[in-house]
Design a protein around this ligand. Structure first.
Ligand SMILES: C[C@H](O)CC(=O)SCCNC(=O)CCNC(=O)[C@H](O)C(C)(C)COP(=O)(O)OP(=O)(O)OC[C@H]1O[C@@H](n2cnc3c(N)ncnc32)[C@H](O)[C@@H]1OP(=O)(O)O
Length: 421
């Protein structure tokens, strides 16, 4: 075999093309991993490099890990030959890199080569490129990022099929499945990959998204602490989202320096059923973070709607006066069950008091506190919930609320509630 070679050409547009060569099939030896790591670190440090394109030479991306090394390991039992530099390269250097990377693959993209491509943020392929995880055929489990990225990109069943059968798929099928972003002519491969990298930098295309969603109870100091901690451990491109339904994001992010990364991702209960995803942006939230969250929302088949930032955002700002009106009427001695019945006969699936039972009263109490502090001159304060909590009623989660909940039975009004009113 000829000596492995690496080149890095940095264009005026800030895209570094890193090319590796190890004829005949660009097999991944320890020298290749070490050389790629060196080039990647150089690209990460250089101010004139904004993004990276990774490609193999000679019309082949890579035939995978150097199988001669496997043979040596089998013969000698010396597992140190399988140096962990490859894992370090793919997970710590490439995946955690702060600059977007695009893989331009053609011909062969097998085993470790496929995983090397998957560790990049986007994947462009030439026609009829072979994508394959042949690891099991060699008696090893697909390592590196091989069990992590395929399930995220093409779902569990197709990934397991690829891993268990070691059968290849072609780049055209990969594009249909979503593991390849686009298939382009071999002559266009580098041009398209380069433009893709620039589009990621300019926020015209999303990165593979890193995202954290905070979903603790509506408690300001707790949320602030969580975001201060997240800022220390998450990379700068990571979406730092809060599932708050109510608290102003400026307050949540007040103690961080990462306000451009902070955004609201309000999933509606029950989150696995309700399609709406309310995306709340602050003035400082970056366009890239908004676009990335939109892409995540669409990927998980939600309906993302972008709204501005204020206490209650858009849905709870509308919903809260509705609940308040119901409580106002109850305080005028209207029958809570009649209110719920009228609302359901109007066409809503359940009434305001039953919704409160489902959400639990603790949520209603903390949310009410936020509204009182933000809109103190226009909030009606009812004692009803406090009185119910004193009677150890907390809605559906302890079976006792405005309604009585028993397994297998429809909720029944609790007539003693009317006595309190
Ligand atoms: C942990 C990691 O994720 C583990 C992995 O990466 S597992 C995946 C390891 N890779 C593989 O299993 C691929 C094995 N190779 C093949 O299937 C086929 O060789 C191929 C499809 C790449 C090419 O097939 P074909 O065009 O018919 O050429 P073929 O004659 O087989 O190979 C050409 C040369 O490349 C060498 N070669 C192919 N793959 C190689 C590899 N992965 N490592 C080292 N050498 C390899 C062959 O030994 C041969 O060398 P020679 O000319 O000196 O005899």
């Amino acid at each position: 075999m000829a000596e492995p070679k690496f080149t890095m050409d940095v264009g005026n547009d800030g895209v570094a093309i890193i090319k590796f060569s190890n004829p005949p099939v660009n097999a991944l030896s320890i020298q290749i991993f070490a050389g790629l790591k060196e080039k990647w670190n150089e690209a990460a440090k250089r101010n004139d490099v904004k993004a990276i394109v990774l490609t193999g030479s000679g019309g082949k991306f890579s035939g995978g890990f150097d199988i001669n090394v496997f043979e040596k390991v089998h013969k000698t039992n010396d597992v140190t030959l399988l140096h962990d530099i490859s894992i370090d390269l793919m997970t710590n250097v490439m995946e955690d890199g702060k600059k977007p990377a695009v893989a331009a693959v053609e011909g062969l993209c097998l085993g470790g080569g496929f995983k090397l491509a998957l560790a990049c943020h986007a994947h462009i392929a030439a026609p009829r490129t072979q994508l394959r995880l042949p690891d099991l055929r060699l008696g090893v489990l697909p390592g590196y990022v091989g069990t992590k990225h395929p399930p995220r990109l093409i779902g569990l069943s197709k990934s397991v099929e690829m891993m268990m059968t070691s059968k290849p798929i072609m780049s055209e099928e990969g594009e249909n499945l979503g593991i390849i972003d686009v298939v382009v002519l071999s002559t266009e491969l580098l041009k398209v990959a380069r433009q893709w990298a620039l589009d990621i930098i300019e926020s015209r295309k999303p990165w593979d998204v890193d995202m954290v969603i905070e979903a603790v109870i509506e408690n300001i100091p707790l949320k602030q602490q969580i975001f201060t901690d997240l800022e220390k451990v998450c990379p700068p491109h990571c979406i730092l989202a809060s599932n708050t339904s109510t608290i102003d994001l400026n307050i949540i992010g007040q103690k961080t320096r990462s306000q451009d990364q902070i955004i609201g991702a309000h999933f509606f209960s029950p989150a696995h059923v309700m399609p709406l995803l309310e995306i709340m942006r602050m003035k400082k939230t970056s366009v890239k973070i908004i676009l990335d969250l939109m892409a995540v929302g669409k990927t998980i088949k939600k309906v993302p709607v972008i709204v501005g930032n204020c206490t209650g955002f858009s849905t709870n700002r509308t919903f809260f006066p509705y609940t308040q009106s119901a409580h106002f009427l109850a305080n005028l001695r209207a029958d809570v069950y009649r209110i719920d019945a009228l609302i359901t006969s109007f066409g809503l699936p359940i009434g305001p008091f039953q919704i409160q039972d489902l959400a639990g009263y603790k949520v209603a109490v903390v949310v009410g506190k936020e509204y009182r502090s933000a809109f103190f001159d226009r909030v009606f304060t009812s004692k009803l919930l406090d009185l119910l909590i004193k009677r150890e009623q907390n809605g559906k989660n302890n079976g006792k609320g405005y309604y009585i909940y028993k397994k297998g039975e429809k909720p029944k009004p609790d007539p003693t509630v009317l006595l309190i009113i």
